[in-house]
Design a protein around this ligand. Sequence first.
Ligand code: COA
Length: 184
Amino acid sequence: MSLNPKVDGIRSPRVSQAVKLRPATPDDLELLQFWDRQPQVIAAKGDDDWQWKTELARHTDWREQLIAEVGGRPIGFVEIIDPSCEESQYWGCIDEGHRAIDIWIGERDALGRGYGTQMMKQAIARCFADPSVKAILVDPLDCNDRAHRFYERLGFEYVAGRCFGDDRCIVYRLSRPGSPAANA
Ligand SMILES: CC(C)(COP(=O)(O)OP(=O)(O)OC[C@H]1O[C@@H](n2cnc3c(N)ncnc32)[C@H](O)[C@@H]1OP(=O)(O)O)[C@@H](O)C(=O)NCCC(=O)NCCS
């Protein structure tokens, strides 16, 4: 029996290599701008200008901007914020003890191969490594059914539909494992 998928022709699209998250730097500017033009990214976040040039050069204590790499190749982006401190107050009035995550894969050939799941699991672990964090929020667009399924598989629970500016979104929440809210 051969175990070589190339020989057998049964290469699984879901077999994936390990993903590493590293801090984004100003050197990632062109990459992030390129990803902003990819259809799956536009479909998920519209054409909002994230002011990469300014933001990549700026360090704050309420945000982590991370590049996901597979075998040294950058494939996607994750941002983790503390929504109670974030300057634009995007999430409105919110208690301390939350984190909010944005995620996208910019390289189209890296979609649907399990990398997003790895990225999210690592981002979740980073959030809950801080013992004061009780829950993580995400806000996919109302129409992004695949992202809803993605978050639900990771354990996120529907909270409510909500408009952020002109965007109709669904808010999902993941409570700290073992907390009363998670066991409810
Ligand atoms: C959402 C996303 C990060 C998931 O990463 P991924 O590596 O593609 O996903 P995985 O292989 O780990 O898991 C597969 C699941 O991801 C989701 N997914 C896959 N491709 C997707 C796409 N183009 N758009 C949205 N979700 C997608 C689906 O739930 C899929 O499961 P399904 O095949 O049953 O529909 C990635 O698909 C992506 O960047 N999509 C575009 C941007 C986006 O929607 N970001 C979330 C906005 S809040």
